[in-house]
Design a protein around this ligand. Sequence first.
Ligand code: UD1
Length: 354
Amino acid sequence: MRILSVVGARPQFVKLAPIARAMEGRTEHIIVHTGQHYDELMSDVFFQDLGIPAPDYNLGVGSGKHGEQTGAMLAGLEGVFEQAKPDVVLVYGDTNSTLAAALAAVKMHIPVAHLEAGLRSFNRRMPEEHNRVLTDHAADLLLSPTEVGMDHLANEGLAERAVMVGDVMTDVLYSVREQLSAGNEPIPAGLEAGGYYVCTIHRPDNTDDPARLRAIVDSLAALSKPVLLLAHPRLKALAENHGIDLAAGSLVLSEPLAYPQLVNAVANSAGVVTDSGGLQKEAFLLRVPCTTIRPETEWVETVALGWNVLVNDDLGRLAGAVERPVPAPTDAAPYGDGHAAVRTVDALLSAFAK
Ligand code: UD1
């Protein structure tokens, strides 16, 4: 069987890593990179550090408005699918690359499997929400990371196509954490273990309105410990345009980190402040308190278990949330056991093998 994976953005490279490994020797695997993320620190380092085979195709689509970017991918992927003739197209998560690949495949009557199916924010302002809902309804096999995801799929009439496999990002995190504890990765320069926060901000709702971005940056700059700000290119560009200083007060401005360095930085921090999806979960798995600057989250288990607090409009609550005491310990494992990739490949082979 020939499975073709389409990835394009940073979190998808992380998800691809354990899948590519689990497919070795079991099925033919073709990797297509749409080129949505193209900076070395947003793309290449993930392939190197996580041992992902080089993509067989790279569409080099790059940045653009949503329609422009998604359309360019759709056109490029059609040509690739014609040439590669996959039996199944596997799409990951909720980015524009996910939707483009799902759409290109169904139009060509190629079966589609969606990894990380069933997540919902119910916030229709988020491009990711359109991407994941449309992808789930287009796909033939829905691979869900959580029971909550399975429930959402059932509520939308998709239960028959859904399989619970667990979260593949948990697989990666556990294996990287093991490598780190064997070695001696230094914490970022100038910071002390347990004496800093790790922060990422990149969602359009937080970055695109200058008044909102300024208010967020001011709140972060006023925190009582240094805040290691791992700046996504979107954040850097917008802050520069609006004359917002990303190194003010407590802020320590940094480039995005490679995955093992990110895990190490989070594991040694006093807390995480973010609007990323993956980082909320990584903080939880490393048992580091997280504060999420969003009105809602797809990873509701992190909030229910007390390890994640949402702050959105009332940024006056941010400092209190970030500096709150460490939550009660838990051994709950809502994201699986670190073997989701093997279950994913099993599910793909049993659904589509001829
Ligand atoms: C995308 C995903 C988001 C995911 C995030 C992870 C969509 C709609 N959003 O958001 O779900 O959480 O990736 O990081 O698909 N840029 C660069 N170099 C790069 C990549 C981006 O400079 O390598 C800049 C460009 O100015 C670009 C902007 O960042 O316009 C935003 O990139 P884009 O891929 O459109 O969306 P993300 O915000 O990265």
